[in-house]
Unconditional design. Structure first.
Length: 125
């Protein structure tokens, strides 16, 4: 663990790393040292989209808030972020959810067409 910590400190942190993106977005969303509930939800949604587990995302938020309370630069948490698991691939939408979306769209389109035809029938008959 000490070796991982030293390695992270030596190599710097990749700005395209998902963990770092969540940390930077958290810092942008802070109001002083407080992260509003809506902002926290948005940051956690971003983390989920980047493939970061909810537990790790909340840990990143806590690290950034603690850094803000200590009035330290965000770069100081890079070594700790490196200890967190690397983000997995973002969750793919399943075939079921795509099928469900198309089913909803087709149901709405059918309802609109049906209503339009009913209105025409009532007006002209």
């Amino acid at each position: 663990m000490l070796l991982a910590r030293e390695t992270a400190r030596d190599r710097g942190f990749d700005p395209t790393d998902a963990r770092w993106k969540v940390a930077v977005e958290t810092q942008r969303s802070l109001q002083g040292t407080v992260l509003a509930f809506e902002d926290r939800r948005r940051v956690l949604k971003l983390a989920n989209g980047l493939g970061i587990r909810a537990f790790d995302a909340n840990l990143i938020v806590a690290l950034v808030q603690d850094r803000a309370r200590r009035d330290e630069p965000i770069e100081r948490i890079a070594s700790t972020l490196a200890l967190l698991p690397v983000a997995s691939a973002p969750p793919a939408r399943s075939a079921f959810s795509r099928g469900l979306a198309w089913a909803c769209i087709s149901a709405i389109a059918t309802a609109i067409i049906g209503d339009t035809l009913l209105i025409i029938w009532l007006m002209f008959s």
